[in-house]
Design a protein around this ligand. Structure first.
Ligand code: SF4
Ligand code: SF4
Length: 391
């Protein structure tokens, strides 16, 4: 197989935030210190080399791109300030942008001004679009769907989800094809017979449950520099809180809608706090607010290597997540107040607009790694399992 060389690769990756890695002279310090470096003894400098010599497919197809959690230990030991950890983070941004055909991800990452304008205009668009169909504000009880019609929110949400699904699917297919080609994984290796299905099931469990939801590698391999911190201040827990919170809120929203479809409870019906779906939403909201607040504080304080390297798109994503979580919580408070506050309606409009924007922009920001990482880990676990079985 012939690999095309991209002479501008290193310069392109640098647009996504990498330091000047041309100073790297392959001393190997980063390899010696990296908790993820295995027997081949070349990571992470091998990926820097790929960028230096223009091996784009090799860089994009590297497992380590998705296993590195930017602990920064390699950067602390680099004698030439090449910042290999920062390079890995930039290469991940570059990979996400490479899988996006619309080039929106590239704009969000490489043009802070254009990215911020897009984010503001999109929120304004959703707010105006929703408000254009608004109804009256009841003063006897908080009738949120009387103010912004439920059908409008639902239909807009469906359109947004379809767009996100198509954008995400296109990126996943491009990524999966690249890795499968590199690792020589064919379709029959994934679903061809019982043995292949069993291997795929194990790989899926490892990628989704153990690595993504359980954060095994983050907890086990990438936290050595922060061992002195209590568990609730460690990077893995803050990262996991944000992810669990977001997924929990998504699940609560879908369940709430599902209950309405099967006729158990109409959406928006007042329920006690302990009602299972409400409880799930409340707990998930608390996790999301805690995770994003700590991420913001860590970035403001530059508490670790990853937090010291903030791009405009990182702030946009954090702001959207935090605002979505806090405004959702304010709505919940408003719903339980004895007198319905007028601000509840405006917070609701704000919350729906920002949440729609967050979901729509998810495939084009750092958030996308929540999907790309498990997909990559699935294929690499499958490849490792297959070679261990001697196929
Ligand atoms: S420690 Fe720095 S100079 Fe040495 S191989 Fe790693 S990136 Fe290159
Ligand atoms: S940031 Fe940490 S995990 Fe990533 S390459 Fe450097 S030492 Fe390894």
């Amino acid at each position: 197989m012939t690999a095309l060389v991209d002479a501008g690769l290193l310069a392109d990756v640098q647009k996504f935030g990498a330091a000047d890695v041309s100073a790297c002279f392959s001393c190997g310090n980063c390899t010696a210190i990296c908790p993820l470096s295995d027997n081949d003894g070349t990571f992470p400098r091998r990926l820097i080399r790929y960028a230096q010599v223009g091996m784009k497919d090799a860089l994009l197809g590297s497992k380590e791109l998705w296993t590195c959690y930017h602990c920064g230990e390699c950067s602390d030991t680099c004698p030439t300030q090449a910042d290999p950890g920062g390079f890995m983070a930039a290469a991940r941004r570059y990979a996400i942008a490479s899988y996006d055909r619309t080039r929106l991800a590239r704009t969000m990452y490489t043009s802070p001004l254009a990215g911020s304008v897009i984010a503001i205009l999109l929120a304004a668009f959703f707010a105006v679009f929703m408000y254009a169909s608004h109804g009256p504000q009841s003063t006897t009880s908080l009738q949120l769907f009387g103010f912004i019609p439920e059908a409008l929110i639902h239909n807009t949400g469906v359109v947004v989800m379809i767009l996100v699904f198509l954008a995400g699917l296109a990126g996943i297919v491009t990524m999966a094809r690249g890795i499968a080609r590199r690792e020589e994984i064919a379709l029959h290796d994934v679903i061809g017979g019982r043995a292949a299905l069993a291997r795929s099931g194990r790989a899926l469990w490892s990628a989704l449950a153990v690595e993504s939801l359980g954060q095994r590698r983050f907890r086990a391999d990438c936290e050595t520099v922060q061992d002195a911190r209590p568990w609730y201040r460690r990077r893995w827990f803050i990262h996991a809180s944000t992810m669990w919170g977001f997924l929990g809120l998504l699940a609560a929203t879908i369940l709430d809608y599902g209950l309405a479809v099967i006729g158990v409870k109409a959406t928006g019906t007042p329920v006690p706090l302990w009602y299972p779906v409400r409880l799930l939403g409340t707990l998930a909201g608390l996790f999301l607010i805690y995770g994003t607040t700590m991420l913001i504080i860590d970035r403001l304080q530059k508490a670790n290597r990853a937090a010291s390297d903030s791009k405009a798109s990182d702030w946009t994503l954090l702001a959207l997540l935090w605002v979505t979580g806090v405004s959702g919580f304010l709505i919940e408070i408003a719903l339980y107040l004895p007198q319905p506050p007028a601000w509840g309606y405006w917070v609701f409009l704000f919350h729906v607009s920002v949440a729609m924007e967050l979901v729509l922009l998810a495939p084009f920001m750092k958030f996308a790694h929540a999907v790309y990482r498990p997909v990559a880990l699935f294929f690499y676990t499958l490849a490792g399992d297959r070679s261990a079985a001697g196929h």
